[in-house]
Design a binder for this molecule. Structure first.
Ligand SMILES: Nc1ncnc2c1ncn2[C@@H]1O[C@H](COP(=O)(O)OP(=O)(O)OP(=O)(O)O)[C@@H](O)[C@H]1O
Length: 467
């Protein structure tokens, strides 16, 4: 049997990390078993769904590398099929028209509350043989009234529901459009899902859906309800929380590997291992090992993982992602050194790609202002003769490489009987506009001879103008 799993978001906003982790678990399970991963867009809520949200979800999935084998299927394209199944349930006596008005339903609930019963539809129209004139009815599913439904959950074990606790749920609205629990069952059936891996916010839907599966003569898929990811406020992370969209992590400078690694560990573990490549998590993941408790998002750990992946990934790969961030800063990487060399220089210390991009702008765009404090301390009458001397030496240097550059700066400091920093820091400010950069000799090598000499010259003029 080919394993088939799906991710079925509603396109009512961006893809957030809660949904993304659920998608990841589904994806991993399919990949691990050589199965098929299906993307289904549950867009029947016409008021809340939008094409932008669909695009945002697809963008998020693509960025994370969660490729799908089939779909995206849109529920709005399948209305005829849902109608067909609703009719089938009607024909076989498993569904019925309900003419109860809002007021009647309210009165019913009132009475139940007064009798200390759980408010629910009492099946009033179940045995109605004649339609009520002038009322557009809904269609309700005839839920079994006795017995139990067992959700055999791959994570939680058996979860038992009493049929007497379940309503005859509405499967078609007065205008004939199908409701959520019906469409999900029809899709999972038609798309031959073997495993439904979804958030445990859906656990209460499962017994209703299982009963519909059974009424249709079908074997329900295996269910696995994964625990929720909670926001800082302890509530289920949803679109209502702030910066939780998957793409906001790209914007903040995370590598997809870091987010995937972070998400997989949120609710799943393999011994005390923390670092998992995609291949490794695919091999080791199993749905039974997902824990039952909800987990909260911890940005510190994500940052740590990001730093790890920036440091250890191939510079060429990091450069591809860095390129996007440079573009965001309006920088054309063609205006300076190869991005891959910048990555090599900075990957040891950068926590995010955004930070890496921001701290390498000077490689592509000459600084036009110096940080005030940095200039005050380093570009002044004391540093002027040192800069002039080192400029001369550097101009005479024939091989523009880190080591000889280092020697020039060192010799210059010795000659003037000052510490190396007294020569290096003014140069750093001249090049970067500030006092922070990776090792100065390597920075200068990458920055390039002509540009470096011109920048030092500009800083000398600046001192003279401001003296
Ligand atoms: N915070 C969360 N943690 C884990 N899984 C979640 C979370 N929120 C949603 N999911 C799961 O992601 C899948 C897609 O969810 P869906 O898009 O319908 O929800 P959502 O994005 O939270 O929407 P809304 O905010 O409108 O409720 C479902 O399987 C759902 O259970």
């Amino acid at each position: 049997m080919t394993i088939r799993t799906r991710f079925a978001p509603s396109p009512t906003g961006y893809l957030h990390v809660g949904g993304a982790r659920t998608a990841l678990f589904s994806w991993l399970y399919a990949r691990k078993h050589g199965g098929r991963f299906v993307l289904r867009i549950e867009d029947t809520d016409l008021e809340r769904s939008s094409a932008e949200s669909v695009n945002a979800i697809l963008e998020g999935m693509t960025w994370m590398g969660l490729d799908y084998d089939e779909g995206p299927f849109y529920q709005t394209h399948r209305f005829d099929r849902y109608k067909e199944i609703i009719q089938q349930l009607m024909d076989q006596g498993d569904a019925y028209y309900c003419y109860c008005s809002k007021d009647e339903l309210e009165a019913m609930r009132e009475e139940q509350r007064a009798n200390k019963q759980k408010p629910r539809y009492n099946g009033k129209c179940r045995h109605l043989s004649t339609p009520r004139e002038g009322v557009e009815p809904v269609i309700r599913f005839k839920n079994p009234t006795v017995g139990q439904v067992v959700v055999e959950d791959a994570i939680r074990g058996n979860v038992i529901f009493e049929n007497s606790e379940l309503d005859d749920l509405i499967i078609a609205r007065p205008d004939g459009t199908p409701t959520y629990n019906l469409t999900v069952v029809v899709d999972d059936l038609d798309m031959q899902m073997t495993h439904v891996i979804r958030g445990d916010d859906h656990l209460n839907n499962s017994p209703r859906q299982i009963n519909i599966f059974k009424a249709l003569g079908a074997k329900p898929p295996v269910f696995a309800h994964v625990p929720m990811i909670l926001g800082d406020d302890g509530a289920r992370l949803s679109k209502r929380h702030g910066a939780v969209s998957v793409m906001s992590y790209r914007d903040a400078g995370y590598l997809p590997e870091a987010l995937l690694n972070y998400l997989v560990r949120l609710g799943w573990s393999h011994g005390d291992q923390e670092i998992f490549s995609l291949a490794e998590m695919t091999q080791l993941f199993d749905i039974q090992d997902v824990n039952k408790a909800a987990s909260s998002f911890n940005t510190e750990k994500l940052l740590w993982l990001n730093q790890h992946y920036i440091k250890t990934s191939a510079p060429e790969y990091v450069a591809q992602h860095l390129s996007w961030h440079m573009g965001e800063l309006g920088i054309d990487p063609a205006d300076g050194p190869a991005l891959v060399d910048v990555v090599v220089l900075l990957q040891e210390r950068a926590k995010t790609l955004k930070e890496m991009a921001e701290s390498s702008v000077y490689f592509y765009r000459d600084v036009d202002t110096y940080d005030e404090k940095a200039a005050q301390k380093n570009l002044n009458e004391t540093s002027l003769p040192l800069l002039e001397a080192v400029l001369k030496e550097l101009t005479d240097l024939s091989n523009w490489l880190a080591e000889p550059i280092h020697d020039v700066i060192k010799n210059c400091a010795e000659k003037h009987e000052v510490g190396m920093g007294k020569v290096a820091q003014p140069i750093r400010v001249a090049i970067t506009g500030n006092t922070i950069s990776p090792s100065l000799d390597a920075t200068l090598q990458l920055y390039g001879r002509e540009r470096a000499l011109a920048a030092i010259e500009r800083s000398i003029s600046w001192i003279k103008d401001h003296a």
